[in-house]
Ligand binder design. Sequence first.
Ligand code: PMT
Length: 221
Amino acid sequence: LTPQDLAGETVLVTAGPTREEIDPVRFISNYSSGKMGFALARMARLRGARVILVSGPSALATPPGVERVDVVSADEMRDVVLARWEQVSIAIKAAAVADYRPARRSARKMKKEGREDLSLELEKNPDILAELGRLKGTRFLVGFAAETCDLLENARKKLQAKNLDLMVANDVTQERAGFDVDTNIVRLLQPDGTEEALPEMTKDEVARHILDRILALRRLA
Ligand code: PMT
């Protein structure tokens, strides 16, 4: 029997990519499938939490008992997360939010006739996690860092800049880790400098380790 050690908690998980529309038929996005975030939602629910899963476009089935809210863009994800924020005690941001979006969305499909090249002007999306870090209060806030170089240095910077309680550092260049696979290889970084490198394991197992660590750190706080 799974221990109900998250009973009484409301866990908000973000998952999947965001899509930033260029025109009615095109968008900017990334390779996130939602698997990591859905695993976290499933495991938190199995351990007794109320779980709100805010997901970008993903083909995955909703884990049983999980309240799912589908969003498309970073802006929508931000609105949904902030609207639920009052109810949340633990937030885990596994979503791969697009950092930029087209500065203008074309209402009609952009045509190629008479154009040999095309430049898109991009503007920055809101950094949802940084905003949550400012609104944290007594909540426990977990971020992910998807990196392709200088993993620990970059992940540590984000941990501090976004006022997180735990950072999951993910080198997405490693095989069987990162985007759209069932396994992951991550390091858990704490604000006090402590670090744990987890071996390759399924995303369900990674989720279990993250939840164990959250509970252990909360007990210390
Ligand atoms: O979905 P899968 O296919 O299973 O892949 C899993 C994963 C690789 C997407 C996941 O393990 C992961 O690393 N997620 C974080 C991806 C990411 O956007 O990393 P980042 O380093 O760009 O962002 C850092 C943190 O800030 C993340 O928690 C992100 O959710 C958050 N963020 C980023 C930008 C932004 N505008 N708003 C945010 O909230």
